[in-house]
Design a protein around this ligand. Structure first.
Ligand code: SF4
Length: 435
């Protein structure tokens, strides 16, 4: 079975991967690295978060300081949530982080609670190994605040912030219409910070730093595609896609699937772009959750788009009529294209839907499906045209598999003795949905 390799760049900072990414970091190790101990006033930490330009690492990339302030200044006593639900099939970094460095995430969660004035905190996840690791960390050290672990079923939309709130409140993990946004009215009606676990880890690192810090200058990435093993790495934002590709494989890819399924499919003209948000936005894409697939010679952008939209269609929560019909129409047309039986009308429809569907669902799933279609049509016009007549060899050999080929396994860090012991104690209640 393919395993995901953890790659620490030589010479570059990797503050979140840390010095031993293949091991579970217990309390003693975390304290020895200065964790939990640094006394920094909430206002000072908020200023550091703002000065560092820290943004959310879950996908949307919203400025963290703005979110923290909005929750702090909301009506009522705030609630904070560490969101570790990782629905993107090509991303593993959040589950690795919860499994390997649970104290770093909890430290960030507690500091976010201090900044916002929250009196309750939650860790929200679906991964069993991550849950065991978090429970072990909570048993090692009293957090000084009520922290509850809430388990959800894994699903593409379960990590969307309104779905997180709905699940914590005892409902299904499905997105709701906005407004209100969760920072206005979230868990139990309280202003709620739903923060990705990597964002919280970086908040904790900023608390432990003095002066200029590298804590917000890097990003965790999951690289996959081709025949090479997937890679979990941490790189600076000035790293180019070409340099990343070299980390992962030796041959040139045929295309790039960016930001999980949110950044669309891009041609090789983007390979010299750095990971900086503004540069990627200019190119019409984004880093999202940091999952990047470099398509191998045996992968065609047409069948990859068909596969990804097939996955999104299956994962739609079917609450919005436009999402049900829109994802289905995109899926069927892309599947027809991959099979060489899409006519000119089908292609015109694809282009029209790709333009008209974004922004019409209650969450961003429909936008992701539309972007996959629009970037395929705009970035690979000759390839698309060729597929109207007959499928290419790669498409003929790889029918859509509802995203299965896009999945990446999570690297399993080696548990310390202390974490294993507590994990075993925690196991009997691990099947509880909430608690
Ligand atoms: S856009 Fe789709 S996935 Fe999102 S809430 Fe609506 S139906 Fe569900």
């Amino acid at each position: 079975m393919t395993v995901t390799v953890i790659h620490t760049p030589s010479g570059g900072p990797a503050p979140v991967l840390g010095p031993s990414p293949d091991r579970v970091e217990d309390l003693a190790s975390y304290l020895a690295r200065g964790g939990y101990r640094t006394q920094v006033e909430p206002e000072e930490l908020l200023a550091r978060v703002e000065a560092a330009g820290l943004r959310g690492h879950g996908g949307a990339g919203f400025p963290t300081a703005v979110k923290l302030r909005a929750v702090r200044d909301g009506a009522g006593t705030p609630v904070v949530v560490a969101n570790g639900e990782e629905g993107e099939p090509g991303s593993v970094k959040d589950r690795w982080l919860l499994r390997a460095r649970p104290h770093l995430v909890l430290d960030g969660l507690l500091r976010a609670a201090r900044i916002t004035g929250a009196d309750r905190a939650y860790v929200y996840l679906s991964d069993h190994a991550a849950e065991r690791s978090v429970r072990a960390a909570l048993a090692e050290r009293e957090p000084g605040l009520a922290v509850e672990v809430v388990r959800t079923e894994p699903a593409y939309v379960a990590g969307e912030e309104s779905a997180v709130v709905r699940r914590i409140d005892g409902g299904p993990a499905l997105p709701t219409a906005k407004p209100p946004r969760v920072f206005e009215r979230g868990v139990g009606g309280a202003p709620t910070l739903v923060a990705n676990v990597e964002t919280l880890a970086r908040t904790a690192l900023l608390a432990a730093s003095t002066g200029r810090s590298g804590a917000a200058q890097t990003v965790l990435l999951t690289l996959s595609g081709g025949r090479g093993a997937p890679v979990l790495t941490e790189r600076r934002y000035d790293t180019t896609l070409r340099q990343l590709c070299a980390t992962h494989r030796r041959d040139e890819p045929s295309a790039v699937l960016m930001g999980g399924l949110f950044g669309g499919l891009l041609p090789l003209t983007v390979l010299d772009l750095p990971l900086e948000r503004s540069r990627l936005a200019e190119a019409g894409t984004g880093l999202g959750c940091g999952a990047i697939r470099f398509l191998g010679p045996d992968e065609c952008p047409v069948s990859v788009a068909a596969d990804a939209v097939d996955h999104l269609t299956a994962e739609s929560s079917r609450q919005c009529g436009v999402c049900v019909s829109g994802t289905r129409a995109l899926r069927d047309t892309l599947a027809a294209l991959a099979e060489g039986r899409c006519d000119a009308d089908g292609l015109a429809n694809l282009a029209r839907w790709a333009q008209g569907l974004p922004g019409r669902g209650a969450c961003a799933l429909l936008d992701a499906a539309a972007r996959l279609a629009s970037t395929l049509v705009s970035g690979f016009p000759e390839l698309v045209d060729d597929h109207r007549r007959a499928p290419c060899q790669a498409c003929a050999a790889t029918p859509p598999e509802a995203g299965r080929r896009l999945r990446v396994p999570v690297p399993m860090p080696v548990a310390t003795a202390a974490a294993s012991a507590v994990a075993n104690l925690a196991r009997p209640c691990a099947s509880a949905g909430v608690g």
